[in-house]
Design a protein around this ligand. Sequence first.
Ligand code: COA
Ligand code: AMP
Length: 629
Amino acid sequence: MTYKEEYQNSLQNSIRFWQEKSADLPWYQKPSEVALKDDGGIHHWFADSKMNTCYMAVDYHCENGRSSQDALIYDSAVSGKSTRYTYGELKQEVAKTAGMLVELGVKKGDRVVLYMPMIAESAIAMLACSRIGAVHCVVFGGFAAPELASRIDDCTPVIILSASCGVEVNKIIPYKPILDNALKLSSHQPLKSVVLVRDELEDMPVPEMVDGFDVDWHSLKTIAKPVDCVPVRGDDLLYILYTSGTTGKPKGVTRESGGHAVAMKYSMKAIYDMNPGDVFWAASDVGWVVGHSYIVYAPLLQGCTSIFYEGKPIMTPDAGSFWRIIEDYKVKALFTAPTAFRAIKKEDPDGKLIKKYNISSLEKIFAAGERLDPPTYDWLVEKTGKPVFDHWWQTETGWAIVANMTGIEEMPVKPGSSTVPTPGFDIRILDDKGVELPTGEQGNICIKLPLPPSCLTKIYGDDNRFYNEYLSRFKGYYSSGDGGYFDEDGYLFIMGRTDDVINISGHRLSTGEMEEIVAKHKSVAECAVVGINDKLKGQIPLGFVVLKAGENITYQKLMHDLVQMVRSDIGAVACYKKTIIVKRLPKTRSGKILRKTMRQMVDGDEYIVPSTIDDPAIINEIELKIRAV
Ligand code: COA
Ligand code: AMP
């Protein structure tokens, strides 16, 4: 089967296509129909099947000869700990952890928030939720208390699972005080909070436990009884994962169990060319979609061994840590964000550390989260000698929308392109009026409905938001928020977001949200935050600030305040470190701030001053300010 045949088949006979792909999975009961349409015309794949994702990902493999194969290998470069879990051991751990949740009264359909570092228990807890039909909602450990609080209020969890601390390069981040703070800020209060007290390193904090509310993870696990998998419907939610939109209110992307399992398993072979027994490594964090899909669910659904890495690509202890992991565990495919490779390249430009390790097991390298820039691509290919593939995807889809389908037909790589549409995704480039653009012309990247399995079917807790934010702009299409074009060979080039979302080190954040925070400063009259190019992190935020009349705050004080405000409201991951004070902001006559023009000015890109600008003289003022910093 060629890629073209597979792709055409997926669009022309989509029901039969996905039915065939689902045949490999062990359902308790197959669905009566492959997709059920709701009133809004949205497809719910495998909706009335009976299944359990944890069963498919863990128990099934134990019943079919994989009990003693490694399922999960936890390697912590920050604490020096390494633990292997065979499928048999993973099943026991997950069943016990599920028992812990049952002990606390968690039932099918209940939400459970996880605010945890990259320790194996995070993956185990996700699977434990899935085992009993509870819906997990993992909040990235780098988010500050207000971000955690807004997610708690939105998904109203029965229980929160957390750990005493995370470890970041040379510092320990106590999680418990952040969690306590978040619970003070949130209106919703869970019944209990389970805290895993870490003690691998000497200076790890001992958290203060609140009597009757905080429960010690290890003690609870000792008394918990293992529980079995609970059958759920295919359209029951497996998880909610919040992602940034253009405003401060995070969007709870919902993931239905049935379609997710099918897409995950299909992608492991079709995109990554992974077979059962192979070792797969997604170097990401369970707080992001890559962690959900490719650290936890997809590799296990495919019967692979998944590497669970707590550490950074550099500094833990050096830029050789990725190559060390590949040698130690014989990794066959590596998937991470381009920023990780840029960081390695910066520290080890000649690739000396790559040569120190035996990376012969590695067959392919995949990158996503942001565009894989051609210089990084070239360096990686040259220094590793391995094929490297960019692929484009979003939290909303849970898997790649555009990729090189290396398990079907490996296509020639064009640096700068994520290659071709993944089967199931009917991609069109539309202009702002919704007219399809010809090859080579850049426009809004849209997906013609229906969306394939695993894609979101709604935004949690808000029935209209999915329609309003994704479907209303172009009737019959999902609007991705990214711009780009197809070339004459059908390769898609992603040219960046068309909204205020930015990608910092592959982490998706909202400049709109940062703007709301900066605007709260008492000296700030108005502001605009834009994402500018950064050699290491891809993009970083930059604030343009207009001070209130008569303000005499120093630049240093303002800068310090704004950095602290963004850190304590969003988190250090926002990397807000740059501000320029300007007299006024460029606006259109109708008052719209010209953020794109300012961004282009800072990046040194060509820009056209819109004819609707209120006062063209402002552009010169801004240019002078930018040149002065
Ligand atoms: N918990 C708490 N804090 C965290 C955190 C976490 N899980 N993750 C990051 N942070 C903090 C960092 O400590 C840092 O804080 P600081 O400003 O006080 O030093 C800040 O957030 C920024 O972190 P990061 O973006 O990771 O920058 P860095 O300079 O520490 O490291 C890289 C740079 C490139 C090495 C790092 O960004 C990286 O490993 N990127 C890979 C990206 C990735 O996996 N993306 C997932 C999508 S596939
Ligand atoms: P997230 O939902 O956090 O995965 O972020 C999704 C966004 O990241 C997309 O909408 C893109 O803007 C960007 N992105 C992800 N992968 C790529 C890629 N391979 N090339 C370009 N942009 C990407």
